[in-house]
Design a protein around this ligand. Sequence first.
Ligand code: SF4
Length: 245
Amino acid sequence: MLEKQVNTKSEHNLLRDAAINKPIHSITKFTTLDYPHHLASIFWFAKCNMACPYCYNPQIVRDTGTISLDEALQFLQSRKGRLDSVVLSGGECTLYPHLEAFCEAIKTLDYKIKIDTNGSNPQLLTTLIEKNLVDYIALDYKAPQDKYETLTRYRHFERFEQSLELLIQNHFPFEVRTTLHSDLLNIHDINAIIESLHKKGYQGTYFLQNYLHVEQTLGATKEQQNQFDLSKLTPLVPIELRNFR
Ligand code: SF4
């Protein structure tokens, strides 16, 4: 099972280090913001196979988990009738080989499932979609191919691309989003992303999320210095701005 879904030695090591029996770092018990039109909890899975410098969740990415999947299911059982959905976020939840079984168990409790992912596990996404074990996906388009590895420290752009194409071809409900730090990505990079979405036939909204500075990020990122001219965005797909003034 592990070998089937975890593709690289470093990802294998991540899981070993993450104490696989307790993969969840922490739980946000209630939110109306993360999964639009739903009352949700967020399960924050520990560890990630990327290392984006602006990552807002360094503790979640570095630390091991503290909550087992059974404990998380007991929590959902206790919230039945008060919540209707759960967001599997992180970190990168698709690193975990038990995620398929976990989603099956969540579905028996009749919750909707949203997954936040960097798209590095198209194989697992395929399975979850085929088995109706996920209802909505938020997919991070971190950077265009030529900057992908530099930004994320992860070299398999083709896996992200497979995930994107899978979701488009299946007409699956999902959104694509990019966190913009203007010293890391410029207007040409964002327009390259937009053009590739357009070329691949993406029909949804592209969410461009402005980086909001916090002191503790994974790469000790500084505040943005460069100007980003929103008027130069190529409107080939619908674009929605988040956190821009
Ligand atoms: S922002 Fe990057 S490093 Fe942080 S959890 Fe997402 S993919 Fe991983």
